[in-house]
Write a protein that binds this ligand. Structure first.
Ligand SMILES: [Zn+2]
Length: 499
């Protein structure tokens, strides 16, 4: 049993860390409302916050904000009932985590939380202090899936909720970490949920990781080609059928050998576009020699995790197919088993503590490739349609070595006014054609065995490019976008489904 004082103490701690701004009393109601509207627009509508003692919740035009009780009374505004912290309820229920079964158990003692202005009761799990700890350097992003929030049912006197915790078994590398278990209640009577009680319940020690479920990549039959599935049982597929498909694969990899390499693409590979607003514009080009590129020299096996939908697999499959043609020097495939995966792609929403941990909430991004030794991708799973496909293609593009540009139709564009291109465009394909050209071998300077780098001069010599034209595009980098050799057209059709 947990006393009410502890609840209050927890409330104020959470308030400090929440997105709400203090000193409401200085603002007129409409100003407060406007600033909160702004917060909701920039952070999405997933905000949940905790009501601070002495404050009341006011809702106007569907927007909620906290306001000091005296201010509310002085202004005569209507406030929402936020009484879900009733001591009668909280002092009489008992709850905890059963470490044997990894279940969160609540004994309601014949009380129904719906009678105490609680709309929903959740059990929340959060990796303990992920940003301060060093374990997150080797988790490959799998800890994202241990930020969970599960509804506790109200119709049983004793409710048991299995905590949906995972371990990845990723190349035996994953570090373990303690997990904090919290309880969260949201209040009735508001159009969007507002948490009005949050409380720490307990901590799950690292030793319990052994009991978590192993996380495997999302998989669906009939999407990937058999030669692209890392863990495929060839016998089960049929040996003859597999060999036939494998011959198709070899033809696919040969089919791109006459694709032209273009000077414009090499020039773009040697530049990096930085977001740096100034009088001259928001972006700045910076030299970043192609020899600095960290290319994927070893087998790349993708695995999709989290809130994955079938179309995500289809997007990845289309990308893999076109890469076989344009980048035969790249060994890329998919697996349904984590043990094979080298490039995990995590799909989660950007909210609450997880949003902070990923950085998407503070920095406002919808996808990210964590570079270097981290080498994994995160995608905001609340996005849909072409935008979602664009994010997936864009981030895998980074993982393959592509940088940003300002080309209107590129998957790698920073031109936010432009279309959200859901495939690799001409200029993207041309860069990959150079990066993974089978005639180019890695230089010995590569400091990581899994990566390789190329030299500008080597590319020019071996691919027969004009140094003069490369220099021209380096000096006039914006012109690089307009190169659209017809020989690449069919690769666009391949991705958008035209025959
Ligand atoms: Zn990017």
């Amino acid at each position: 049993m947990i006393g009410f004082n502890r609840v209050l103490k927890t409330l104020s701690v959470y308030f400090m860390a929440s997105v709400w701004i203090g000193s409401w009393g200085f603002f007129a109601v409409d100003e407060v409302s406007a600033s909160i509207t702004h917060i909701l627009e920039t952070n999405g509508t997933q905000i949940s916050s905790v009501l601070k003692p002495g404050y009341v919740m006011h809702e106007k035009n569907g927007v909620k904000f906290m306001i000091k009780r005296e201010t509310a009374e002085a202004l005569g505004v209507v406030t929402l009932d936020m009484e879900c912290d009733s001591p009668e309820f909280w002092d009489n229920i008992e709850y905890g985590v059963d470490l044997e079964t990894l279940e969160f158990v609540v004994d309601f003692n014949n009380l129904n939380y719906r009678d105490y202005k609680i709309q929903n009761l959740y059990v929340v799990t959060e990796p303990y202090s992920p940003d301060a700890a060093d374990w997150n350097h080797s988790t490959k992003g799998f800890e994202f899936h241990n930020f969970t929030k599960t509804l506790v049912p109200h119709n049983n006197d004793i409710a048991k909720v299995r905590l949906p915790l995972n371990k990845s078994n990723f190349a035996s590398l994953e570090k373990t970490y303690p997990l904090d278990i919290k309880i969260e209640a949201t209040s009735t009577g508001t159009s969007t949920p507002v948490a009005c009680v949050k409380e720490e319940v307990s901590r799950i020690p690292v030793e319990k990781f052994a009991d978590f479920a192993n996380m495997e990549p999302f998989f669906a039959d009939g999407i990937f080609q058999p030669y692209d599935i890392e863990s495929l049982q060839v016998e089960a597929y049929g040996e003859d059928a597999f060999i036939e498909k494998f011959m198709e694969y070899q033809d696919l990899r040969k089919s791109g050998q006459d694709l032209p390499s273009l000077e414009a693409a090499l020039a773009l590979l040697g530049k990096n576009l930085i977001f740096e607003p100034s009088n001259e514009g928001d972006f700045k080009w910076e030299d970043q020699p192609v020899s600095y590129k960290l290319l994927r020299n070893k087998k790349t096996v993708i695995g999709l995790y989290g809130d994955v939908v079938k179309s995500d697999l289809e997007d990845v499959n289309k990308m893999i197919q076109v890469l076989h043609v344009v980048a035969p020097g790249l060994d890329i495939s998919y697996s349904s088993e984590t043990k094979d995966v080298t490039l995990p792609i995590h799909f989660t929403q950007c909210k609450d503590k997880l949003g902070k941990h990923i950085g998407c909430k503070t920095e406002g991004f919808v996808g990210v490739y964590f570079t270097s030794y981290k080498d994994y991708v995160w995608v905001d799973s609340s996005k849909r349609g072409d935008y979602r496909s664009h994010i997936i293609i864009h981030e895998i593009g980074h993982a393959l070595g592509l940088g940003h540009n300002l080309c209107w139709t590129s998957a790698m564009t920073y031109e936010f006014e432009g279309p959200q291109v859901p495939y690799l465009s001409h200029i993207d394909l041309m860069q990959l054609q150079i990066l993974y050209h089978p005639d180019l071998t890695p230089t010995s300077k590569s400091y990581k065995p899994a990566k390789r780098s190329l030299g500008r001069q080597e590319v020019i010599n071996k691919l027969g490019l004009s140094e003069e034209r490369v220099s021209y595009y380096e000096d006039n980098i914006e012109e690089a976008c307009y190169q659209k050799p017809g020989a690449y057209d069919y690769l666009i059709d391949m991705q958008i489904g035209k025959k």
